[in-house]
Ligand binder design. Structure first.
Ligand code: R5P
Length: 291
């Protein structure tokens, strides 16, 4: 009897195949057709055998389309399995985890309710933006970290005495974990984001970065605003090279270009979101958590 069956959604099919191989689980492919009006039609060509079914689908842009695809697959599959787990390597809406300004909706809670209603019994995600977001999902859920895999990549680069930097205080624990594994030190900058315009500013004063290679560690890059501002700030303080390690590289609105222009030597991210910078594979951390 098979323990798991893996189904890959269109946003994460390569990663889903890798997870299936690591779990020695059958893999079921889905097909997606997009109609001229933007609606998508999802087809699952095979019925899973009795097993825990893992539906793997990140919800990066187009966020709502990818989310609806995940919900649609789960709604169909829960007819054949009483245990359907959603493996959401990148969880969109995780930053909407509280009411920052009056009247805002905590959308990650809405996502949780939708997933639960569709038949999801458990969620597994990678480097979720905040503990609060995980709580707001209000379903049995597990968060695994890709920091160890990212560190392995940087160990191979052999940087001499790099300093790990978090672009904000919220990412301090993540940067500390990264620095501990890399056996080096870390600092966290103080960042301010205007909740209305989204504009970012670094509020920190002088930091000891002169002549050191730096690794900016973050959970995600969206517009690149945080990384650009942090890099400009650090370059002014005469650091050497700046590298970026992040789990989820959305890189919207030409963020990669802007980050390079600010002086970043390399962006290293994971395959929770496919792309040029996705050099690190998270299939092992995901499958290990499921075994
Ligand atoms: C913020 O708290 C996050 O950890 C990221 O730093 C942020 O979401 C990145 O967004 P952007 O690239 O648009 O600055």
């Amino acid at each position: 009897m098979v323990k798991f069956t893996v189904i890959g959604g269109s946003a994460s099919s390569d990663l889903a195949k890798k997870i299936a191989r690591k779990l020695k689980a059958p893999y079921i492919k889905t097909e997606k057709k997009t109609f001229p009006d933007g609606e998508s039609k999802i087809t699952i060509n095979q019925i899973p055998k009795k097993s825990i079914v893992l539906v793997v689908q990140s919800t990066y842009p187009p966020v709502d389309t990818n989310l609806l695809e995940l919900i649609s697959i789960v709604s169909k599959i829960q007819k054949f399995s009483s245990k359907v787990y959603a493996i959401i390597p990148y969880m969109g809406y995780a930053r909407q985890d509280r009411e920052f300004l009056g009247g805002e909706i905590v959308t990650i809670g809405v996502v949780g309710r939708l997933l639960k209603a569709s038949g999801v019994k458990k969620i597994l995600t990678v480097d979720m933006h905040s503990k609060l977001a995980l709580k707001e999902l209000n379903i049995s859920s597990e968060n695994v970290s890709a920091m160890g895999e990212l560190v392995k990549y940087f160990q191979k680069m052999g940087l001499k005495d790099p300093l790990v930097v978090s672009p904000d205080l919220g990412g301090k624990d993540r940067a500390q974990a990264f620095a501990n594994l890399l056996k080096t030190d870390f600092i966290a900058l103080k960042k301010h984001r205007d909740r209305k315009t989204g504009k970012v500013n670094i509020l920190s004063g002088k930091v000891e970065v002169k002549n050191r290679d730096l690794i900016l560690v973050d959970d995600m890059i969206s517009t690149g605003g945080s990384i650009v501002k942090a890099t400009q700030f650090l370059k002014k303080q005469k650091c050497k090279r700046v590298f970026v390690a992040c789990t989820h590289a959305l890189l919207v609105n030409e963020a990669a270009k802007k980050i390079k222009s600010a002086g970043v030597s390399q962006i290293v991210s994971t395959n929770t979101i496919p792309g040029d910078s996705a050099k690190v594979d998270v299939s092992k951390v995901i499958s290990d958590a499921l075994k």
